[in-house]
Design a protein around this ligand. Sequence first.
Ligand code: FAD
Length: 424
Amino acid sequence: KKEAAASTMSAASVHPDAAMDIPKAKGQRTVIIGGGVSGLTIARYLRQAAPDMQVVLLERNATYQFCPLSNLYMVGGMDLNYFCRSYLDAAKNGGYLYAQSTVYDADLENKMVYTDQGKIGYDWLVIAPGIDYNYTSIGVKDPEEEYILRQNYPAGFMPGSEHISLKHKLENFKGGIWLNTTPAGNYRCLPAPYERTCLVADFMKKHKIKGKVIHLDANPDITIKKKGFHAAFNELYKDYVEYIPNFDFQSVDVAKKTISSSFDTIHFDDAAIYPRVRASKLIEKLGINKPGDLQFEADIDPYTYAVKGHPDVFVTGDSRWMPYSKSANTANSEGHFVAQVIANRAKGKDTPWISPHTICFSMVEYGPVESISVSAQYAYNKKKGAFEFANVQLIEKWSKALGDGTIAWGESILGDISGNQGKA
Ligand SMILES: Cc1cc2nc3c(=O)[nH]c(=O)nc-3n(C[C@H](O)[C@H](O)[C@H](O)COP(=O)(O)OP(=O)(O)OC[C@H]3O[C@@H](n4cnc5c(N)ncnc54)[C@H](O)[C@@H]3O)c2cc1C
């Protein structure tokens, strides 16, 4: 029989030593921190792979928001209802327990997780809290300035209020310079900043808004689907997009609405400013980040996702280090695999490695949506001693067929992680 329930505890914090109000596990228990694509996939598929195991999802938010289609939502091409889902439904459909709670610490030796709703013990732990932003990477070191920047010019790369805020900003944009940025490093969803530039430019074109999008890139060139995005900028949005590579972000002046590199200062009227990403601060707090890693990503075995030295603790999704890309299809496909790894480990068995699969559509126009796409897996190159992309299929000529594929892909991932397919 499926075990499904949701915690209805009040939002008020409880004493840190109080036990969380969760039904007793009859067998082993897996606790999952973070209900993004990664945590949701593992929760659902672990219950299928290990029906006797209790699975508890700890998530701080009350509703789930799917990031991949949010650029379309931003320009008015999609309804908020479509890409927001209920954690209650996902837990009910998947047969696991969802407790709305914020995790602030864990004791990996004594197998205990601490939350604002009390502590909870585990046999297996999955840590999938996604990313945090690193504002010092663009020269913003004062916490007060960081908050002003976050609230006025949100990046729109984390679930929550940011996408709603960006949509309202664009609706109220009277013209001038709209600024988008791409950070350095291994950031969340390589093509998404360029996709946003295409769609914002299309919005300005369709609504006859005077002005342009300036896209500042910390990298020497567009980082993925380069030909497709350059063609879209030049052929579709020649008068609307100015692309500036090699912009080494040094500072932002919110009052003056300027952003500077070591060689230039750009004025903007409105913006979505995307700083470098790092793994969730929880990873660093637990001391499981990869030594020397600038993004504080978890030090996992890429073949099992287990944290080095902790075979019962796994880090998945955008908190883990390369070689895998920080994207939803990757997190979903690896989630299926990790569910199997945990179910098998609970029976003392190993699981042969399967490469995650990265599939990423990027919209370059909307109404109707036209997209380009990439699909890739990963392989270990023994000579180089590193993972690299394998079986890459790149389609850089946009089409409505790929646009339809974008929406169908979103629906299928949302259905897979929540059990409610829904329609775009
Ligand atoms: C604009 C945009 C476009 C994108 N387009 C695509 C695309 O086309 N294709 C694609 O494959 N990917 C795309 N992505 C990337 C994709 O959305 C992410 O890579 C993916 O969602 C990562 O999943 P995750 O579970 O690791 O992290 P998240 O989805 O961020 O989930 C982490 C969860 O953990 C919770 N959490 C964090 N800390 C705590 C805590 N202490 N206690 C409790 N809960 C906590 C958070 O609230 C959150 O719900 C896009 C992203 C954006 C922003």
